[in-house]
Design a protein around this ligand. Sequence first.
Ligand code: HEM
Length: 489
Amino acid sequence: MILKKYHRNYISLSLLFRQRRRHREFGKIFREQFGPRQNVVIADPDLMAEVLRKEGKYPSRPPYESWVLYNQLRRKDGGLMTSEREYWKKSRGVLATKLRPRAVADYVPIMNEVCSDFLARIEMLKVPAQGGPAKDSNPHTDSNSENPDEEASSHMDAPHTVPRMLNELNKFSMETILYVMLNTRVGCLEAKLSEQVDSFVRSIARMFLTGHQLMVYANIHKLLSTRPWREHVQSMDKIYEFASHHVNQCIDEVTRELESTTCSTGEEPVSFLKYVVGTNQLSRDQIVDNVIETFMAGIDTTANALAFLFYLLSKNESVQERLVTEVDNVVGGRTPSSEDLQRMPFLKACVKETLRLFPPIPINARSTTEDCSLGGYHIPKDTILMLNLYVMSRDEKVFPNPDEFHPERWLREGRDENEPLPHPFSLLPFGSGVRSCVGRRVAEIQMYLATIQVLQRYTLKKSDVFDIKPFVRTQLTPGPELPVMFLER
Ligand code: HEM
């Protein structure tokens, strides 16, 4: 019974709105029962700053328990998402170097290549103008149809939309992140997926779904060997089998290269994996675990963010027009470069504004590692602090007209002198500080490049056939179908 209460496929946004009401009732900080735990909830920029500025050497974030339990079951050290203290710090030092802004600029050409393939898929899958099935809706040519994440939908016939867009965006993210980390194309965007890739893509979807079902009382699910737990383990096993095969193959390659290179000219940028292996800081298994956890952390997050961005642009014609003007002026019809991105403040503002309205991780968290005070209250060690980003973003005291899509609020130029810039801790979709999102630059650049390439070719227009009803499935998502029409410019 108890497990059933918490074993849900999704949580509606009403949970977040309930917290909004509680903040109105109790103020900036309050206690809340969540499953078996008492948590402290905050949604205020000053309190966020208080928490994140005074973090110690090893900030602790409650990890996805299902991932930790899986690692214990398979005797894995795990990666950045699940590890703590010294091992986390060491892994972070090794992985972060090649994910910093300057290093990520080197990946722009390969990320552009994946974007172009994503555009080809949009073109292939788009529903024709007169409606009806998409050009390529044969279930045998694509993993979508059996994606456990999704239900058959009548929305699939909406003209000019791409059926199961979120699944397409997930595959786009997978391909991008694996290309960045392994310098290898895995084939998630092929017209016809190989059997292995297809099974991998399905396992990722199943892992996220069951992971959400295990969000509370995962240990009891494991103890009772419930269906969500068994399916979670099965999907994780498949993901590790496929991904570790690729990672190990790449480690072998770069190890051979490292052994044969007598002296480097220093001109060629060193690839992510070559750098990681070359540091000799992590064992082979630890590299595999870290690559896989980093990869898994980046898929859904970026896919959901891009889905919301396309949706918001499709609904806000004037914003889209201004963005298209920036794209045309800075990039024109060329392939975008990292230098172009430096000259596109409005694009960056659109991405920020999307992440404000729809933070893919609507609630971040910290475990206190010692007794501390917060907002004048005593907080004991081992308390979970819930950092409610969604509620903070929608607070009219933090952002005027909080429910409006208004990217201009992020621009320095052209703002009213009396209008203050937003509080530096009011927008934290990637967290902040030493434990913040290590993939932030990859995610941002992927979003910039995809948006530029899409707008070079299409005008986005909201379809009247249906609308989104965002919900939380571990992450904030618009759902599998996106009512966005891709109209040839
Ligand atoms: C829009 C896309 C993304 C969003 C909104 C996002 C958000 C976040 C957030 C909120 C955290 C927790 C930070 C904290 O505790 O303060 C996080 C951690 C993390 N993210 Fe992301 N993320 C995104 C994309 C990515 C990508 C593309 C990757 C991989 C390339 C990635 C890899 C990670 C990893 C490994 C961590 C754990 C870092 C650590 O604990 O040291 N994320 N992300």
